[in-house]
Design a protein around this ligand. Structure first.
Ligand SMILES: [Fe+2]
Ligand SMILES: [Fe+2]
Length: 221
C-alpha cells in the first residue's frame, strides 16, 4: 500500500466549503451527525499522523472533503445502487451485489466526482472506505479507520479501537503510522466478527486489505 507523502494539489478550502454548504441535500439526521463526527475524528488523527511524517497540513482539506462525502449515497435503495453502478460501469463482486453497505462507497466516490470534481486522492479514500483496497494511501487509511472509531459509534469494538489508537500514539510505543495500520487490522477484525455472527458474506477485498497491511508491517512481530 502507498504510504509515501503527497505531491498532488490538495482540495481547495473553497471546494470544502461548497461541499459543506450543500451536504444537507444528500445527508440528514443521524447520517449527517455520523459524517461530521467522522470528519472531526479523521482531522484529529491526520494532524497527529501528518506531523509525525512531515506531511503538509494543507492536505487536511482532502481529509475533510473525503469524510464529508464518504456516505452521500448511503440513502440509495439497493435498486438505485445497482442502477448507478451499471450507468457508471462500476464493477461489483458477488458479495456486494445484495448489499447497499458494500456498494455505497463506490457509488459515493463516483457521485462526489460528478458533483464536486474531487481529486484522485479524495476519490480513492471514498471508494475504499468500506472494504479497503491495495491503493489505500495514508488519507484513505485515516478515513477508513475514522469511519469505524468516530465517537457516535457506541459498539464496544469501535470504542476499544478508538482508545487503542490514542493509547498507542500517546505513549509513544508505536509510530502514529504503525498505530494507524495496527488499528485498521483491529477494526477489520471487529467487522469480520460481526459479519460471521450475522451470517453475512465477507467481501474478498476486506481479507486482501487485512493481509496487505499485515505484510507491510512484517506481521507486527
Ligand atoms: Fe460508509
Ligand atoms: Fe460512514
Amino acid at each position: 500500500m502507498k504510504n509515501s507523502t503527497f505531491t498532488h494539489t490538495p482540495t481547495s478550502w473553497e471546494t470544502v466549503l461548497e461541499v459543506r454548504t450543500n451536504l444537507s441535500r444528500y445527508i440528514s439526521g443521524h447520517r449527517l451527525a455520523h459524517t461530521l463526527s467522522v470528519e472531526k475524528q479523521a482531522v484529529d488523527m491526520a494532524k497527529i499522523i501528518f506531523s509525525s511524517l512531515g506531511i503538509d497540513n494543507a492536505y487536511i482539506s482532502d481529509v475533510s472533503c473525503a469524510t464529508l462525502l464518504h456516505d452521500i449515497t448511503k440513502h440509495f435503495s439497493l435498486e438505485e445502487q445497482l442502477k448507478f453502478c451499471e450507468k457508471h460501469s462500476i464493477e461489483i463482486c458477488k458479495a456486494a451485489e445484495s448489499s447497499c453497505a458494500m456498494l455505497h462507497s463506490k457509488t459515493a466516490a463516483f457521485l462526489a466526482k460528478e458533483l464536486f470534481d474531487i481529486n484522485d486522492c479524495v476519490f480513492n479514500a471514498i471508494y475504499c472506505h468500506t472494504v479497503g483496497g491495495n491503493s489505500m494511501d495514508i488519507i484513505a487509511k485515516i478515513i477508513f479507520l475514522a469511519d469505524y472509531i468516530e465517537p457516535t459509534r457506541t459498539a464496544e469494538s469501535c470504542k476499544n479501537v478508538r482508545e487503542l489508537f490514542y493509547s498507542l500514539t500517546e505513549n509513544g510505543n508505536m509510530s502514529p503510522l504503525k498505530a494507524l495500520d495496527f488499528c485498521i487490522i483491529k477494526s477489520i477484525d471487529g467487522t469480520l466478527d460481526y459479519l460471521i455472527q450475522q451470517n453475512l458474506p465477507i467481501h474478498i477485498q476486506t481479507v486482501i486489505t487485512r493481509n496487505g497491511i499485515l505484510e507491510d508491517n512484517a506481521f507486527f512481530k
